[in-house]
Design a binder for this molecule. Structure first.
Ligand code: GLC
Length: 535
């Protein structure tokens, strides 16, 4: 097992951390029932310590009917029995911390499950009741109230389903996602109070940070007007009221030295950066980088824009290549269109996994060399491809709400392969995993990769171990042939990524620290390959 790394300045670990995203349901199955759980994570902590990550972000592990993979929370103060118990979560947080790995939990403030006690009470209490004020209940339009109160588009990409559901008593309620995820009314003080208590509840249990789900959607125009494309402000995206919410959350986090990472999908970089002002969120996911195609000019522009938008607010950038919502990196980079967009996802997209894997390896070295924090989604370090899930086994509501055209997100949520010679690739022992694993899954198993110096796992381990050679300094671009990215970090190492057709000579260097693939016979850096150098 890896030794804990030397103590860092505790208060700013997050500025340059490597944070590993655990999708609990698919990480490791400790009790063998086909669903990943906290026992499985605890058993694999040595693996995560060997990988060298600084923190774990757990997607929601709370009591939930799992209508949206746990993003439909019924009770924030208990762990779903499928995953374990609160006592186990406390042990896990403490055991991880012993290995110098911090824990980040996921809070979903925009909505709760329709099984949450608040919504059950609201449903039972009837129209006009104070219980309904905690949500957005409205009568319908039309003569008999049969038309939804407004025409807002669903936040599930590709969904044509309404964001309102009518109860038998005639009232409609708002849900930007599924009907099982009613939106909370953030104009109500009880909603504020409750969330601040939930934050405290988890900080008291030793978590170091909180990921904020759908962070730009909470506040709604109280008049709930129809949606007009391009109208500013939007009735439900990125409203100014949000900043007061996060300022008050920040005061809570500061009491515990806790940090936030916001899920903020906003095209406007200036608006995005507002969430990162010094008294608001510490960090936010860099979805522009995640969505960027594998093209040198676009990547460089994305990096420059990221750094430029973060600089004025003093927040560190984050670098994200994939997560539980998007097409896995090796698959995306192996397609004609290497950008990520929800709108272009389709079944049966031709994919060259050899090419995609080569690029994903280079992308790993690129992102781990950039200034800021890096997110690694479970299985990314194994180079897992997006799996094709047979239609009959798909569970993701995104698929169903698109009328079956969007393949949904299950393809990146397939239970991990740990061992090549045990049933279900070592994910769990006796029962088939909740999502089927592809036939070749064992070839990606962690045990196979641990023994192979050329594997993705070994590349990630080595890169995370070596990453401090880049230091804390700012990024400087250096002259390079067309199609090649070349930068250094203050007095630190150099990173080169060749996205041009032809191999390129390496600049004069005193040490070749790491490459994402072999150099050619003349010592040149081939296409879609990255190198870390000491110069
Ligand atoms: C976020 C989550 C996603 C979930 C949605 C609704 O985008 O990442 O998985 O479906 O919010 O909570």
């Amino acid at each position: 097992m890896a030794q804990p790394t030397p103590a860092r300045k505790p208060s700013d670990w997050w500025r340059s951390a490597v944070i590993y995203q655990v999708y609990v349901r698919s990480f490791a199955d400790g009790d063998g029932d086909g669903t990943g759980d906290l026992a499985g994570v605890r058993a694999r902590l040595p693996y995560l310590a060997d990988l060298g990550v600084d923190a774990l972000w757990f997607t929601p592990w709370y009591l939930s009917p799992l209508k949206d993979g746990g993003y439909d929370v019924a009770d924030y103060r208990s762990i779903d029995p499928a995953f374990g118990t609160l006592a186990e979560a406390e042990k896990l947080i403490a055991e991880a911390r012993e290995l110098d790995i911090r824990t980040i939990v996921d809070i979903v403030p925009n909505h709760v499950s329709d099984q949450h006690v608040w919504f059950r009470a609201a449903r039972a209490a009837g129209p006009g009741s104070p219980e309904r004020d905690l949500f957005h209940f409205r009568p319908g339009r039309g003569e008999r109230g049969e038309i939804p109160p407004n025409d807002w588009p669903s936040q599930f990409a590709g969904s044509t389903e309404p964001v309102w559901t009518r109860l038998p008593d005639g009232d409609w309620y708002l849900h930007l996602f599924t009907p099982e995820q009613p939106d909370l009314n953030w104009a109500h003080p009880a909603v504020h109070r409750e969330h601040e208590e939930v934050l405290r509840f988890w900080f008291e249990r030793g978590v170091a940070g909180v990921r904020i789900d759908s962070a730009a959607l909470l506040a709604k125009d109280p008049a709930l007007p129809d949606y007009v494309e391009g109208r500013d402000p939007s009735p439900f995206v990125d409203r100014d009221e949000l900043h007061d919410i996060y300022r008050s959350w920040r005061r809570v986090a500061d009491e515990y030295d806790g940090v936030f990472v916001g899920e903020v999908w906003l095209p406007d970089t200036e608006r995005f950066a507002r969430y990162l002002r010094p008294d608001e969120l510490h960090t936010a996911f860099n979805f522009a980088f995640l969505s960027c195609p594998w093209e040198p000019d676009r990547l460089r522009a994305s990096i420059d824009e990221t750094l430029a938008e973060h600089a004025p607010v003093g927040a560190p950038a984050t670098w994200v290549l994939c997560n539980h919502d998007v097409t896995r990196t090796v698959t995306r980079y192996g397609r004609d269109d290497t950008a990520f967009a929800f709108a272009t996802k389709a079944f049966d997209t031709p994919t060259d996994l050899t090419l995609g894997t080569r690029r994903a390896r280079a992308a790993a070295l690129l992102s781990l060399a950039l200034p800021g924090a890096v997110y690694v989604y479970q299985g990314e370090e194994l180079g897992l491809p997006e799996a094709e899930i047979p239609r009959a086994r798909i569970e993701d509501p995104m698929h169903f709400r698109s009328g079956g055209t969007d393949p949904g997100r299950d393809g990146c949520r397939v239970p991990l392969p740990w061992q090549h010679d045990t049933p279900y690739a070592g994910f769990g022992s006796h029962q088939e995993p909740w999502l089927p694993q592809p036939a070749d899954w064992t070839s990606y198993a962690a045990d196979v990769q641990a023994a192979d110096p050329g594997s993705m796992l070994r590349l990630y381990r080595e890169a995370i171990r070596l990453r401090p050679v880049f230091g804390d300094g700012p990024l400087t671009w250096l002259p390079a042939p067309e199609g090649v990215l070349h930068f250094t970090r203050a007095d630190g190492a150099h990173c080169l990524v060749n996205l041009a057709e032809a191999p390129v000579d390496l600049p004069d260097h005193t040490g070749l620290l790491l490459t994402s693939g072999p150099l050619d016979l003349r010592g040149r850096l081939p296409r879609d390959t990255a190198a870390w150098l000491r110069v």
